[in-house]
Design a protein around this ligand. Sequence first.
Ligand SMILES: [Ca+2]
Length: 176
Amino acid sequence: MLTLTTPLTAFATAGEDPGTVDDADKTFPDPDSFSYDDVEVDFAKALQYTMHFYDANKCGSGITGGRLEWRGDCHTEDGAIPLIPYGEDYIGTNLSQAFIDEHREILDPDGDGTVGCDGGMHDAGDHVKFNLPGSYAASTLAWGYYEFREAYEETGNAEHIEEIIHWFCDYYLKCL
Ligand SMILES: [Ca+2]
């Protein structure tokens, strides 16, 4: 197994100065000592880890107690956005009052004065939900599952990928 003799700066503890690594401190493995027999080849594990990327980027309610113990619910206020055009305080929606008035029954079928757009995925560790790249990611995941369903089933990852695809789609249905 390959090991690094110098800690990578990217793995500094949160809030800790990662410092720098001088070239003289960098140690690379001797290529002649390397053997592919030492490399763990576990594609099921790799597949599972890629799906944890999406678990980590979930937004909304229903995250707490999920697959990643360090993730919890967030941005739950997105589930009750006041159905008003936002002003300088950015509270409300980016819809005009005329559009809201014309489509109020569709936008707010329960009549509580709010729209719900909670859920979805953060972009990549930040707190923004970009629907265009997100929908591309969701489509690609679903396409992969469609094409290689047996692989997901055989590796025990079918339930996990379906959960992620549902998470994306439930959010996009709210955005319609
Ligand atoms: Ca409502």
